[in-house]
Write a protein that binds this ligand. Structure first.
Ligand code: PMV
Length: 315
């Protein structure tokens, strides 16, 4: 059985697609995958929690990109056509901007490695998961597969190869995660930003640069464990994301609730257009903010992001 974790983008989504920096941290909630070799015919993909079970070649439209991604992973690992059962147990909500697609790919790769002794190192897992991300997301920056593979807290910049710097230290970032309950479609959101950027590249580049500046300042605040400044920077980042057109009235309303109940700041996380909002707060305020958000009919939870890989922490 193999685990791979989701992620929270603390700062820098969307701008990261255009070569600016982003900061992401593992969310200690995993995707779990078990691969059982054997049987006959095409591989079977089972995700009981999503009431999904079929053979890979059957390609039902509902899970088309998932099937294509799994087929690509099997091809990359030299296992195409091998009979097996791939069973995924998702503990992570999908479509919430929490990195579930990358975590599925990484968990499948680690489970294939375990079952077939493929000797895949992290660099290969990350590169293969990126190929699957292209199927899920069109033009991914590579951030999600990188954080899901390496874990902890990372500063990331897209490139060939991408630049990844591990953020070290004892910082702990208490956050509330609120779910809009509406799946954000990252591919569409990224394509929308691209279309707007094409109408006015200098204007949008200015916004991406502003996000990069926020990332720069957030790095300092993280190193000093300065939660109040981190919160302020999150709200600034959210403002720029709104200007980019990826927020929604629900995300803005959730940000308001978090702020009114004592969060230092809040922003959408991931692709936007739905998905999730994060608010940084003192550990003491976490529960009150979660309750306030739940009181408005949304799901929410409190967690603490650290620089440690979650697989090394008791789950
Ligand atoms: O929605 P998510 O969790 O897949 O995050 C997307 C982050 C973007 O910056 C919008 C896209 C990307 O590929 O980095």
């Amino acid at each position: 059985m193999a685990l791979a974790f989701g992620k929270i983008i603390l700062f820098g989504e969307h701008a990261v697609v255009y070569g600016r920096r982003a900061i992401a941290a593992s969310l200690p909630i995993p995707m779990e995958c078990r691969v059982t070799p054997g049987g006959s015919g095409q591989p079977i993909v089972r995700i009981p929690a999503w009431e999904l079970e079929h053979r890979l070649s059957e390609l039902p439209t509902v899970s088309r990109s998932l099937d294509q991604a799994v087929a690509r992973l099997l091809e990359l690992t030299g296992l195409a056509g091998q009979p097996m059962t791939i069973e995924v147990t998702p503990h992570l909500t999908s479509g919430a901007g929490l990195g579930s697609s990358a975590a599925i790919s990484v968990s499948i790769l680690r489970a294939l490695d375990e079952a077939y002794g493929l000797d895949l190192d992290d660099a290969k897992i990350c590169a293969y998961a990126y190929e699957a991300e292209k199927i899920f997301h069109g033009n991914p920056s590579g951030l999600d597969n990188t954080i899901s593979t390496y874990g902890g807290m990372l500063l990331f910049r897209r490139g060939k190869p991408p630049v990844m710097e591990r953020i070290e230290g004892r910082m702990a970032v208490p956050i509330v995660v609120a779910l809009t309950g509406r799946a954000g479609d990252t591919k569409t959101m990224v394509a929308g930003v691209r279309a707007r950027w094409q109408t006015n590249p200098p204007g949008y580049d200015f916004l991406f640069d502003a996000i990069d500046q926020i990332v720069e300042r957030a790095l300092l605040a993280l190193r000093e464990n300065d939660l109040a400044t981190l919160g302020l920077l999150m709200s600034h980042n959210h403002g720029v994301l709104r200007t980019l057109g990826v927020s929604t009235p629900e995300l803005d309303a959730l940000a308001d609730i978090a702020l009114r109940h004592g969060a230092f700041g809040a922003k959408l996380t991931g692709g936007g257009g739905g998905g999730a909002l994060i608010g940084v707060c003192s550990p003491e305020r976490g529960d009150a903010i979660v309750q306030a958000i739940r009181g408005q009919g949304y799901q929410a939870f409190f967690t603490t992001l650290t620089t440690a890989h979650p697989s090394l922490v008791t789950f």
